[in-house]
Design a protein around this ligand. Structure first.
Ligand code: NAD
Ligand code: IPM
Ligand code: MN
Length: 358
């Protein structure tokens, strides 16, 4: 089966990793009889610096007809983040109703956690992050700019639909996994949005009596992700809280360079987007040492998602092959590793080694 994929390598290490990762992904797909038809878009900060726009007008319409989107990273030291992210990444999540962001945190065999006493397999949880509203709602403004009484307002918006969508997805996942859900809020300080969130968790939870629900305040959740990361199964959190917690999740499971994500429209109406959790890493961009595995795992999630969405067992199998090759490489102490994992190998040699394992 053919899957029509929009490829947006973006900025920094995004294009660097994609250049070598895509041939591998295509090869694995082809070996399973899956045709991944990539259309590459050179949108990003370099384009902004040349033309004044991150992407052409109507770029969202250009993405709409693809089956899925694979994105590298967005962000550039010479372009303000509000320009780059609001000009490309965030509008994609919003326009395509990708309200559920799924971010697994797994301590793979052979990977060292910076925390003492955890071995491969000991940490394995998944964060469901609300992805289109909450603290990222574009509601607010600035008054009296530059004056002593200047005010900046950034409102958070929680809708019943958006909250229910992510909460339900998290309950579904918990029911399929170990049946434990942790809902993260800040109900002690935020008296409107968070009690509303808690209520929705109770309402939706009534449909999942087999799932046990724990409620944590976000500060305590941050602490517990370091203190007892092995105790979590599924975590559901708002946009900003989920963003912060997933960086902690990536780090306690070894590296930002290993953390994949899926931005999903649970309605299945629009293309979903797959991307590593990390950004453009300007501190190492151009050095050829970025860990490509977060991107490879994101591509694996894309294949699994397409497999499920259209009943293409070959796509699912290709996704499993990619995931398995990463597990196999990480478990092999003689395999090349990038510096974030304590090695001295480059992006290309990690991918070349992976190619021998698929
Ligand atoms: P970052 O994730 O880019 O980097 C944080 C740290 O992790 C850096 O030390 C970096 O070298 C390291 N790192 C990240 N990915 C790595 C990889 N694959 N291999 C090895 N090391 C890796 O976060 P930042 O520095 O806060 O942000 C840089 C830019 O990226 C900013 O413009 C930010 O807004 C943007 N950003 C974009 C996304 C995205 O596109 N989804 C995500 C996060 C940040
Ligand atoms: C992420 C990133 C983005 C987010 C930024 C770059 C807007 O940090 O995907 O985790 O906060 O969602
Ligand atoms: Mn983030």
């Amino acid at each position: 089966m053919t899957h029509d994929i929009a490829l947006v390598p973006g900025d920094g290490i995004g294009p660097e990793v994609m250049a070598d990762a895509i041939p591998l992904v295509e090869r694995v797909a082809a070996a399973h009889g899956v045709d991944l038809a990539f259309t590459e878009y050179d949108w990003g900060s370099e384009r902004y610096l040349e033309t004044g726009a991150m992407a052409p007008e109507g770029f969202l319409g250009m993405l709409a007809d693809h089956d899925a989107i694979l994105l590298g990273a967005v962000g550039h030291p010479e372009v303000p983040d509000h320009v780059s992210l609001h000009g490309l990444l965030l509008p994609i999540r919003k326009r395509f109703d990708q309200s559920v962001c799924r971010r697994p945190s797994i301590l793979f065999d052979g990977v060292e956690s910076p925390l003492r006493g955890y071995d491969g397999g000991d940490i394995d949880f998944v964060v469901y992050r609300e992805n289109t509203e909450g603290e990222y709602a574009d509601v607010g403004g600035r008054e009296h700019v530059g004056h002593a009484h200047e005010v900046a307002v950034q409102s958070a918006v929680f809708t019943r639909r958006g909250t229910e969508r992510v909460v339900r997805a998290a309950f579904e996942a918990a029911a399929d996994r170990e049946g434990r859900l942790t809902s993260v809020t800040k109900s002690n300080a935020q008296a409107h949005s968070m009690p509303f969130w808690d209520e929705i968790v109770r309402e939706v939870g009534a449909e999942y009596p087999e799932v046990s629900v724990e409620s944590l305040l976000v500060d305590a959740a941050a602490m517990d992700l370091v203190r007892r990361p092995d105790a979590f199964d599924v975590i559901v959190a708002s946009n900003l809280f989920g963003d912060v917690l997933t960086d902690i999740g990536a780090e306690v499971t070894g590296s930002m360079g290993l953390a994949p994500s899926a931005n999903v429209d649970p309605g299945g109406e629009h293309p979903s987007m797959f991307e590593p959790v990390h950004g453009s890493a300007p501190d190492i961009a151009g050095d050829g040492v970025a860990n490509p595995l977060a991107t490879v795992l994101s591509a694996s999630m894309l294949l699994a998602h397409r497999g499920e969405a259209v009943g293409d067992a070959d796509a699912s199998a290709a996704g499993e092959t990619l995931w398995g090759a990463v597990e196999d490489q990480l478990a092999d102490s003689s395999a090349p590793r990038t510096p974030d994992l304590g090695g001295d190998a480059g992006t290309a040699s990690v991918l070349a080694d992976l190619r021998d394992r698929v």
